[in-house]
Design a protein around this ligand. Structure first.
Ligand SMILES: [Zn+2]
Ligand SMILES: [Zn+2]
Length: 355
């Protein structure tokens, strides 16, 4: 098969002929229909998130099952599917409880093994991890469901528990952030988007944000004597009449995580979605106590929880297709990955192989 392979961290990924993946006994091999190019792929390529070299990246994809292993009972060749980026083992206590997203033996195509920048990709524990796609959803639209959109959905619904009329603050309006904006607005929340980029804030408004807060301006407006981040918290408190009910750090930075906690209303909920690979991060725990705030970490979404999201995609309540930017061929995937050395493109770049 053809795949985009890199031999070393940061070396140019090249379209290469490689052996087809073997089908795991409990897994499947999927013909990739479309696969998104995500910043996590870039982190792996740069060596921030070590992988076995040479490596094939790619972890958010949709496609068709071509081979099912002998232990697979629920899936067959021809099934149209997507897969969460964190695939559970299917057997441990967490998987059996439906929480494959925190399985200690999880596999992740594109990280723990070869990924979806390829014509074929193998997935382990298929019965526990595959998600059937409605027939009318195309692969390009559904490619983002495996990572950023599902992650945002779970953060807003399972952890944030937003209700109609709640204020939802989204800090960082990249791929996960604008997904959270769209999902929050679709659920009836009043969405407040925070970013330092005017373009990102405009995009958030287009996708349903009622209010946009420029973090630079808000911080500059704060009194010089205030603690860092007080400007954003004050701006959010003024707009919302006391703070957000739910707030998400969708980017992953110590400053945004702290801003997100500070901007909460009493009894509010902070959800940490953006990764913080550099280690422990200080949070204003004094406020967590005084205001009885709740703090959650969110790590993708298990296959079990996909049907509720897919139903909202199928009936048009959620429109992940609006997040798609450039659609490219497999031969351009390496270039798209390397381009993330610069600014992240406004829309999601999707590699289309079929359908
Ligand atoms: Zn991703
Ligand atoms: Zn497990």
């Amino acid at each position: 098969m053809k795949a985009v392979v890199y031999a070393g961290y940061g070396t140019t990924p090249a379209l290469t002929e490689v052996p087809d993946p073997a089908c795991p006994a409990g897994g499947v091999v999927i013909a990739v229909g479309a696969t998104g190019v995500c910043r996590s792929d870039w982190h792996a390529w740069k060596g921030h998130d070590p992988v076995v070299l040479p490596h094939i990246g790619g972890h958010e994809f949709a496609g068709v099952v071509v081979t099912a292993g002998p232990q697979v009972t629920a899936w067959h060749a021809g099934d149209r599917v997507t897969v969460p980026f964190a695939c559970g083992c299917g057997r441990c206590e967490h998987c059996l409880a439906g929480d494959a997203q925190v399985c200690p033996r999880q596999t992740q195509p594109g990280f723990t093994g070869p990924g979806s920048f390829a014509e074929l990709v193998a997935v382990h524990a298929a019965d526990a991890n595959l998600v059937a796609l409605p027939a009318d959803l195309d692969f390009v639209t559904t490619a983002c469901l495996g990572c950023r959109f599902a992650t945002a959905f779970r953060a807003v619904t399972a952890h944030g528990r937003v209700r109609p009329g709640d204020w939802l603050a989204v800090h960082g309006c990249g791929g996960v952030g604008v997904s959270a904006v769209m999902i929050g607005a679709a659920l009836g929340a009043r969405v407040l988007a925070v970013d330092v980029s005017a373009a990102a804030l405009n995009r958030a408004r287009e996708l349903g944000a009622e209010v946009a807060v420029d973090a630079n301006t808000a911080s500059a407006a704060a009194d010089a004597g205030n603690a860092a981040g007080a400007g954003v918290a004050r701006a959010v408190a003024e707009v919302t009449g006391g703070g957000a009910h739910v707030s998400i750090d969708a980017l992953g930075s110590p400053a945004l995580a702290a801003d997100s906690v500070r901007c909460l209303r009493r009894r509010g909920r902070h959800v940490q979605v953006g990764l913080l690979p550099s280690g422990p991060v200080p949070l204003p725990m004094d406020l967590v106590i005084a205001r009885e705030l709740e703090i959650y970490g969110s790590h993708g979404m298990a296959a079990r929880d996909y049907p509720a999201m897919l139903a909202m995609v199928a009936d048009g309540t959620l429109r992940p297709g609006l997040l798609v930017g450039e659609v490219i061929g497999l031969g351009d995937a390496g270039r798209a990955l390397a381009a993330m050395d610069g600014l992240t493109p406004a829309g999601m770049t999707v590699v289309r192989l079929a359908g």
